[in-house]
Each structure stands twice: as structure tokens, then as C-alpha cells.
Design a protein around this ligand. Structure first.
Ligand SMILES: C[S@@+](CC[C@H](N)C(=O)[O-])C[C@H]1O[C@@H](n2cnc3c(N)ncnc32)[C@H](O)[C@@H]1O
Length: 208
């Protein structure tokens, strides 16, 4: 199963599965972006709209992009607001899904499925207004080193989605090459236990 097929199947249970990473990231994005103002938002890998619901309380316009029709179908059913539009696209290709520019681009639990970060930061830079922000919230690489990956019970056993490990320095280097500055980096732990392996990495960059 490729990534698209995996998420089409996972979409049927994504919102109802026990999923600590999904739930922690929904807390993290609100903390990191609470004081950031934006009129327009490009939510990459919006999935079932977990974060869309909150992002449209701050944005005047949001475009949610995702590879999986199944995930998008859940988002469209859940979110009827005229502020949000949803588009099916593969971000490993050129981002030709529209000609708009945005104040904020978000990636929540998406980049672990993407091999070439350089392409993503390059395309994201073209879609951001000057001074715009790029937020990412990803399964922490330390967690990945222990073998943790996006997975769900497919009915025929546990299905592991195709994943790539990116070190913290990989994110920062790809951002710097594309002229982003690092604004804030945070690590989130299960039960706020800072003696444990961090579950989540968030980084906020600003386009120079
Ligand atoms: C773990 S889900 C996260 C969904 C949502 N952002 C959240 O936090 O709940 C990862 C999402 O990334 C999407 N995705 C993976 N690869 C993609 C690609 N190449 N282009 C666009 N979306 C992609 C998947 O379809 C899936 O909806």
C-alpha cells in the first residue's frame, strides 16, 4: 500500500483511533501559533481537518491540501465553513494547485511521509508572503530512532505507513537553504515528563 492508499483506509478510523501523537500535536499547534496573526493559511496534509477547525477561527481564508481523497472526504463532511476550501494534491510534485500566496503554511504530522525536504521548503517558500510563517509539528526524530512510525490496525494486522526519518538538523538546513529563519523550536513529552523521550517536535520558521 502506498501512502495515499494507506490514508484512504486509515481515514475511516483516523479520528476515533487512540493516537497520542495526533492528540499532542493538536495541543502543540495551538500553543505555538496562539500569538501569531494570519489572514490566510495553507494547511498542508490537512487530513480529516483536526487542526482546520481551530485554524479557521484565526484565518479569514484557509486552503487545506491533502493526498488522500478519503481523509479529505472526512474533512469536507466535518467542516462546512466558507472560510475553508479543500484540494487534493501531492506535495512531492510542483505545487500547482492554485496561484495564491499565504501568511502561514502548516505541516502537522506530514513530513515523516516525505523523503525530499528540500523540495518541500522550496515550494513552501514560493507560496508564502514575505514575512510569512511556516509551522511544522512532527513525530520527534528521537521517537523515530526507537522505531515509532505512523501505523493503524487495518483489520489484517497492524499496517505501517511509508515513513522517512528526518533529523532536527535536516529540517533546519532545508529551511535555511530556502531563506527561512528559525523563530521557535519546542519538544513535547507524554504527560509533560521531560525525562522521557520527546514525542513531538515543533518548529516555527519565518520567511525572510
Ligand atoms: C498523520 S496524517 C495528519 C493529518 C492532520 N494534519 C493531523 O494532524 O491530524 C498525515 C496526512 O498527510 C497526508 N500526506 C501524506 N503524504 C502527502 C503528500 N505527498 N501530499 C499531500 N498530503 C500528504 C496524508 O494523506 C495524511 O492525511
Amino acid at each position: 500500500m502506498n501512502v495515499r492508499e494507506s490514508y484512504n483506509e486509515w481515514s475511516l478510523q483516523y479520528d476515533t483511533n487512540l493516537n497520542k501523537t495526533r492528540d499532542l500535536e493538536s495541543i502543540a499547534i495551538k500553543e505555538v501559533l496562539r500569538d501569531i496573526n494570519f489572514d490566510s493559511c495553507l494547511e498542508i496534509g490537512c487530513g480529516t481537518g483536526k487542526n482546520t477547525i481551530w485554524l479557521i477561527t484565526k484565518a479569514k481564508h484557509l486552503t487545506g491540501v491533502d493526498l488522500s481523497d478519503g481523509m479529505l472526504a472526512v474533512a469536507r463532511e466535518k467542516i462546512k465553513s466558507s472560510i475553508a476550501e479543500f484540494i487534493q494534491a501531492d506535495i512531492t510534485q510542483l505545487w500547482k494547485f492554485n496561484s495564491e500566496k499565504y501568511d502561514l503554511i502548516t505541516f502537522s504530522l506530514v513530513l515523516e511521509h516525505i523523503e525530499d525536504l528540500g523540495h518541500i521548503f522550496s515550494e513552501a517558500s514560493k507560496k508564502l508572503n514575505a514575512g510569512g510563517y511556516l509551522y511544522l509539528g512532527e513525530l520527534h526524530p528521537f521517537k523515530q530512532y526507537t522505531g515509532s512510525k505512523a501505523r493503524f490496525d487495518s483489520g489484517e494486522g497492524v499496517h505501517v505507513v511509508e515513513c522517512y526519518t528526518h533529523n532536527i538538523s535536516d529540517f533546519v538546513a532545508a529551511a535555511q537553504v530556502n531563506r527561512f529563519s528559525l523563530v521557535r523550536l519546542n519538544e513535547y513529552f507524554d504527560d509533560k515528563d521531560e525525562q522521557s523521550i520527546p514525542r513531538l517536535l515543533t518548529i516555527l520558521f519565518k520567511k525572510n
